[in-house]
Ligand binder design. Sequence first.
Ligand SMILES: C[S@@+](CC[C@H](N)C(=O)[O-])C[C@H]1O[C@@H](n2cnc3c(N)ncnc32)[C@H](O)[C@@H]1O
Length: 279
Amino acid sequence: MSLILDLLRRAPELEKISDSPVLDTQRIICSIINRDTSYLYTWPQSEITLNELKNFEALFARRLMGEPIAYLTGEQGFWSLILRVNSHTLIPRPETELLVEIALNVNVGPHASVLDLGTGSGSIALALASERSNWDITAVEKNIKALEIAKSNGVRLSLENVDFISGDWFSPLISRRFDLIVSNPPYMAIGDENLDGDGVRSEPKEALVSGVDGLDSLRYIISQSPNFLHHDGWLIVEHGCDQGAEVRQLFLSEGYVEVLTYSDLNHQERITLGCANCS
Ligand SMILES: C[S@@+](CC[C@H](N)C(=O)[O-])C[C@H]1O[C@@H](n2cnc3c(N)ncnc32)[C@H](O)[C@@H]1O
């Protein structure tokens, strides 16, 4: 017979692969018994069934092999939402919440049309939809399997003002214009050593890598967005913490004004925005 407490005591085994062994163990237990963390603290002496134990051992072994906890439990918190994720989607990052915050504060009016390029699990589009029910949001994603997850997140969260479309960046949007374009595109360089980091190595490479300097997608999105933005429209992108100067230069050379970079909670340059087609 095993108790919740016995499973919690397994946490130190994860120390060699995780910076958060206790939290990881708790999340695995919560997912197999379908309870929240407070239950573990309140009822540590509860028995778990043989089947639950088997499921715990299977997930714990996968975590020991370095698989990210979000892929094991199938979900990740982002903004105020719990999103379904799997190995076809990037795991939404806390840094990207800064992009959402900036987008919510940009001056685009109450009925803005918004485009999210490379939506992955739908994180940015759905976070914006949860805050602005009158915005008309389009989300594009190239990976069909990621797009399925994004659509299912939209349905599960009953956020109906997001239209999820399959395609390669702007290709499904010929002759459309938006008030605001947001994107967290792939921005790591081929061969970047961080691609081997805990968790990152399990994520889809096409969600992370973009050319020899990591800037191919950003170059394309920054150069093309003015063709898809209304007069006084805004582009907001996430980028690597060492790419701020180059990204600002790309914005300026394409004629954007009011170009500004924001730093994340770790004081790293992370999000740049600019206004296109300004008078
Ligand atoms: C860094 S991930 C961001 C995912 C999500 N927006 C987020 O912040 O959690 C980049 C996403 O862009 C998608 N992507 C890459 N190339 C693309 C392209 N050419 N057209 C559309 N989406 C693309 C990837 O599949 C991936 O889902």
